[in-house]
Design a binder for this molecule. Structure first.
Ligand SMILES: Nc1ncnc2c1ncn2[C@@H]1O[C@H](COP(=O)(O)OP(=O)(O)O)[C@@H](O)[C@H]1O
Ligand SMILES: [Mg+2]
Length: 329
């Protein structure tokens, strides 16, 4: 008997997500026709330069965007469209089924509440767990994130370094064992080694919980180290998506090639030109004014196309799952 289709249904399916903002200068098209799938247990990295629309995608699916945002599309999770839920239903999902770690702990943490209490509050509010038990669970989560001394849970955010507060945020986001954790620039403000340490701890707890991680970052090396698949975003659009190691070993979209070329280990080559305006973006491929392969047809809209027949290991019949928004492929 054929297994029912539902088994293969992705954990989260984002389809045709477009977000624009009305501003006094015009309409900012921050995300356009974004399509992404997240499978159970996987880590998907959403990468691209600052301002390309990564946080807007996360904000849209969590319904955390300001009122001047116009959101279209679908985000199917557990058979329901998150974009159509009312605030009460969404509040139930936030934190318990999908949680988000923001990039700035000093804005997200309550300065006058002990960190252990902040983490434990999630358990009390969502799961009705007693004060004592929730505090013990909070201490345990902090310990798993490398904060071993019990008295750490009784301290306030201002007594901690940036890295320690980042761990508190991560503990808060994971304490309810959500199915999906969205980490928006979790390494911002931390130095390289510390960022990797925090990320490794987070990835290991996420694996133990069987959760999926959407890692939003402009740090390509971090994405490469942690993610299974990677989506590259440019000026509000996904231009390439595929397995992270394949994108690194064989980038296809001219923007992905240029972005990887900016890495110090790959020659530090800046991309010519500058990021386009999101109010009046270039018509057709948004990268065409900066692309060395630009032809007349680049001025027409490009579709995401599955790239068939390219394999990481020659002779190995493996499907690459790569999609690219460029007529070259
Ligand atoms: N509330 C808002 N009003 C107007 N424009 C916004 C708003 N929020 C974000 N933007 C714009 O949307 C674009 C994408 O922003 P963002 O998703 O924060 O980028 P990233 O996370 O990739 O750095 C940027 O051009 C930003 O200026
Ligand atoms: Mg951002």
């Amino acid at each position: 008997m054929n297994s029912p289709q539902i088994i293969n249904a992705p954990l989260l399916l984002i389809k045709g997500l477009s977000v624009s903002f009305e501003t006094p200068l015009g309409r900012v098209k921050a995300a356009e026709d974004v399509c992404l799938e997240m499978q159970d247990g996987e880590t998907l990295a959403l990468v691209g330069e600052t301002g390309c629309g990564k946080s807007v995608v996360a904000g849209a699916i969590m319904q955390l965007l300001p009122h001047n945002a116009c959101v279209q599309g679908r985000a199917i999770f557990g058979g329901r469209d998150l974009l159509g839920l009312d605030e009460r239903e969404m509040a139930r999902i936030r934190g318990s089924e999908i949680s988000i770690v923001f990039q700035n702990p000093s804005l997200a943490l309550n300065p006058i509440m002990r960190v252990g209490e902040q983490i434990a509050e999630m358990l009390r509010v969502h799961k009705n767990i007693s004060r004592n038990r929730s505090l013990r669970m909070a201490e345990d989560m902090l310990r798993r994130l490398g904060m071993v001394e019990k008295e750490k849970a009784r301290m306030y955010p201002f007594q901690f370094s940036g890295g320690m507060n980042q761990r508190v945020m991560i503990a808060t986001s994971m304490i309810l064992s959500p199915r999906i954790i969205i980490a928006d620039e979790p390494s911002k403000g931390l130095d390289g080694t510390l960022a990797r340490e925090v990320m490794a701890e987070m990835a290991s707890i996420k694996d133990q919980m069987g959760a999926s991680l959407l890692l939003i970052t402009h740090d390509l090396m971090l994405a490469k180290d942690v993610s299974d698949r990677m989506a590259v975003m440019y000026c509000g659009e996904i231009v390439e998506i595929g397995k992270s190691r394949e994108i690194f070993s064989n980038p296809l979209h001219p923007y992905t090639i240029a972005l990887l070329g900016c890495l110090p280990e790959r020659g530090f080559q800046p991309i010519p030109g500058s990021s386009p305006s999101m109010i009046n973006p270039p018509i057709g491929c948004k990268f065409h004014p900066r692309c060395q392969q630009c032809r007349e047809k680049c001025r027409r809209k490009q579709k995401m196309t599955k790239v068939e027949g390219r394999r990481e290991v020659p002779g190995k019949d493996e499907c690459t799952d790569r999609e690219v928004r460029c007529w070259l492929y």
